[in-house]
Design a protein around this ligand. Sequence first.
Ligand code: C2E
Ligand code: MG
Ligand code: MG
Length: 265
Amino acid sequence: MIPDPLLYSELARALERGEFLLHYQPQVDALSGRTVAVEALLRWRHPERGLVSPAEFIPAAERSGMIVAIGDWVLRAACRQSRLWLNRGLAPARMAVNLSARQFSDPLLARRVEDALDEAGLEPPDLELEITESMMAQDPDAAARLLGSLRASGIRLMIDDFGTGYSSLGALKRFPVHGLKLDRAFVGRLPHDRHDAAITRAVLALSRELELDTVAEGVETEDQRAFLERLGCGLIQGYLTGAPQPPELLVPRLRPARREALDAT
Ligand code: C2E
Ligand code: MG
Ligand code: MG
């Protein structure tokens, strides 16, 4: 891969100057509407371009290798935010953080995750890591080992964008994940599109049989929510129940924290 020095230095400068920030999107119980988790989503407040979406710079950050440092910042910032909420007596049950392919192959990943949790005084089950199918396909043996040790430490693991990548059914058996996130490509035309409805039914049935949790991404309408809930989809995430927002706007969505978590500081 050809290094991209210009972009690397631009992203490094952005990190140094504190131009990255996180928005948080609730994942809610499909039935009760209660916020069970939040997903941290990266934004870049560019001095000239304003708020830049991750789709525009993550691929370049990945190519240049800067994603490892940026991803580490994301991990720490997200854990710090959980701690801030806990200190205010609020608790999202879990903080979900996206990992990139480079982070996933970084030998220091487990250590970085542990440090981020320790720094914030969080427990492993407070954190959920989202990985994609293609990341696991690159080196399946190494991926299975890494996921096994992360899982053994108590961290939750989800497959992101399920259905769009390799979608190997063997992967669901082999990799010790807690659940999958049904990609929004299948959710957008529910419940009317016959094919998307069939795929959704099949994925949810599979997930249930394998005792995995399911989060549906990109849920925008009440019809979609009702359809997914009827099929037993536990959690939904999308504009219907809350767009990604700055942390202060999430406060009304969070429930009171457990006593023992408050005492951990
Ligand atoms: P993702 O992890 O699948 O995140 C979900 C994306 O769907 C987010 O886009 C979110 O804003 C968007 N979304 C949520 N609800 C709806 C909805 O109802 N309708 C529609 N149309 N879209 C919805 P966003 O924030 O632009 O992030 C795009 C992707 O960038 C993420 O997809 C993830 O792959 C990547 N990303 C974001 N933050 C990070 C990060 O910290 N690290 C890494 N490695 N990747 C990240
Ligand atoms: Mg995600
Ligand atoms: Mg996704």
